[in-house]
Design a protein around this ligand. Structure first.
Ligand code: NAI
Ligand code: MG
Length: 480
């Protein structure tokens, strides 16, 4: 075993972030106190300290936001596409200017390492606004028809794993296509969305075009059930997604769902092993494994199992777990106590089922929510850890002998969001990709995102695409 390098702390300053004690909802162009009169805490999952209090969105708050968005939609319709585009470019630039502030706040509120919020989330956020800004005045040209129209008011409900990036994936295409928005961030990570609302005001976006209501699942349900919303876009758990789908059935409203995953990361014996080890580590430990497209099932060809697992364990030992604001940190805090409990419970089931567990020898901080990078071997496909989305830094390994068997195991899941294939042979990669039921497939890489590339799943991973030209269609309907 290589000895661990010693590092000095290199902690990003929090001074750039200034937080209010309390935040209202952002409705009709300004922050307003909640009609519910209720507030709830947003804490830092790495220290458990209170960061700020945000408004709880009750039915009357959602109603207010929807009325504002209805008016906002009328205003936005009168704004020429080329002008809409300018607002989006302005928002993109303002995000870039305040990128460090956003990144620090994202890491404080959600626990992800600063090197990810700084180098992945924030660049992707502004890239999405730039990308969709460019589409706003080219929609007719693209489809050769002016029969496609915006839905109207889009209700958007987003999760806590990529708070600002999921906002960008939803808000940028919605506004580019001429919809207005009521957005609800997740209850554990509302703060960067509130800062984004400030940016909209700064950009001079007309009142009512972007509205933000903070709250929990109850608030989300008020949005889903609201009569005057024309389209719902949801990213989150499959259970809630199913509930939303049944609520909207028969209403004629638009719906896109981006739900969970249990992606196979398939490593063939002819793969470049060191490169594959890096890719497998990135696939499951990026963002503490709180990633819907995480490569959470390692499918490894039997002939290289021992060599690969040895190298993987050695690499895992090098992962630094701890303060999200430290620039050396690879793995930050688990997003919430609730999520930590879920991970712990599933890992215990894996041990009880008979899996062999390997965890790194790191020291975990005293406060906050943490989980050691974990690897399971000797896993049978029927175990819960091989079937259920853990959404944490936990990798399960299953072996296979032939490409046919790899594909069969990979597809033996209720999900179908993503997959990875590691092989030096192009024909084998293409054959495998052709036979996998997954929306996004990476070859000899993993977790690569680009605003121009559509993202979304099959089966219980949901439907509809975000990103690219396909992502625009999620916000347009055919005029009758
Ligand atoms: P969740 O699905 O409850 O939360 C996601 C969002 O939906 C949040 O904004 C939440 O407030 C809202 N929500 C909750 N109940 C709702 C309802 N009835 N109607 C409308 N909106 C509602 O997910 P949760 O409980 O935070 O995480 C549980 C599991 O879900 C995770 O362990 C993970 O497996 C999965 N998950 C998947 C995500 C993905 O990116 N696909 C993101 C977050 C969670
Ligand atoms: Mg928080």
């Amino acid at each position: 075993m290589i000895e661990k390098w010693s590092y000095s702390d290199s902690v990003e300053s929090r001074e750039i972030v200034s937080l209010e004690d309390k935040y209202g909802h952002f409705i009709d162009g300004s922050f307003v106190s909640p009609k519910s009169k209720k507030y709830f805490d947003s804490i830092s999952p790495s220290t458990e300290e209170l960061l700020s209090q945000v408004s709880f969105g009750g039915e009357a708050d959602v109603d207010n936001a929807v009325s504002s968005a209805r008016e906002g939609f009328k205003t936005w319709q009168k704004v020429k596409p080329v002008e809409r585009s300018k607002y989006l470019f302005k928002i993109a630039r303002l995000i870039q200017e305040r990128s460090r502030e956003f990144a620090v706040l994202e890491s404080m509120d959600g626990g992800k390492p600063i090197k990810e919020s700084r180098d992945v989330d924030l660049p992707q956020v502004s890239a999405n606004f730039f990308y969709f800004a460019g589409w706003a005045d080219k929609l007719d040209i693209s489809w050769g028809t002016d029969k496609l129209k915006p839905y109207g008011v889009a209700g958007q409900i987003i999760p806590w794993n990529f708070p600002l990036l999921m906002l960008a994936w939803k808000v940028a295409p919605a506004l580019a296509t001429g919809n207005s928005v009521v957005l609800k961030p997740a209850e554990t990570t509302p703060l960067t969305a509130l800062l984004f609302a400030e940016i909209c005001a700064e950009a001079g976006l007309p009142d009512g075009v972007f509205n933000l209501v903070t709250g929990n699942g109850e608030t989300g349900a008020f949005i889903v059930n609201h009569e005057d919303i024309d389209k719902i876009a949801f990213t989150g758990s499959t259970g809630v997604g199913k509930q939303i789908q049944s609520t909207l059935a028969g209403t004629g409203k638009g719906l896109t769902l981006e739900l969970g995953g249990k992606a196979a990361n398939i490593v063939y014996e002819d793969a470049s092993i060191d490169q594959a080890v890096e890719g497998v580590v990135n696939g499951i430990f990026f963002n503490q494994g709180h990633v819907c497209c995480a490569g959470s099932r390692l499918l490894i060809q039997e002939s290289i199992e021992n060599e690969f697992i040895e190298k993987l364990e050695r690499r895992m030992q090098q992962l630094r777990v701890g303060n999200p604001l430290d620039k050396n940190t690879d793995i930050g805090a688990i997003n919430s106590k609730q999520q930590l409990n879920k991970i712990t419970e599933l890992v215990e089931s894996g041990i009880n089922d008979g899996g062999s567990i390997y965890q790194t020898e790191c020291e975990l901080p005293g406060n906050g929510f943490w989980f050691k990078p974990t690897l399971f071997t000797n896993v049978q496909p029927a175990y819960r850890i091989a079937r259920e989305e853990i959404f944490g830094p936990v990798l399960t390994t299953i072996t296979f002998r032939t490409p046919e068997e790899a594909v069969e195991i990979a597809n033996n899941t209720e999900y179908g969001l993503s997959a990875g294939i590691w092989s030096e042979k192009g024909s084998k990669v293409l054959w495998t990709a052709d036979n996998l039921d997954a929306g996004v497939i990476w070859s000899n890489t993993f977790n690569k995102f680009d605003p121009s590339s559509p993202f979304g799943g099959y089966k219980e991973s949901g439907f509809g695409r975000e990103g690219g030209r396909h992502g625009l269609l999620s916000y347009l309907k055919e005029e009758k």
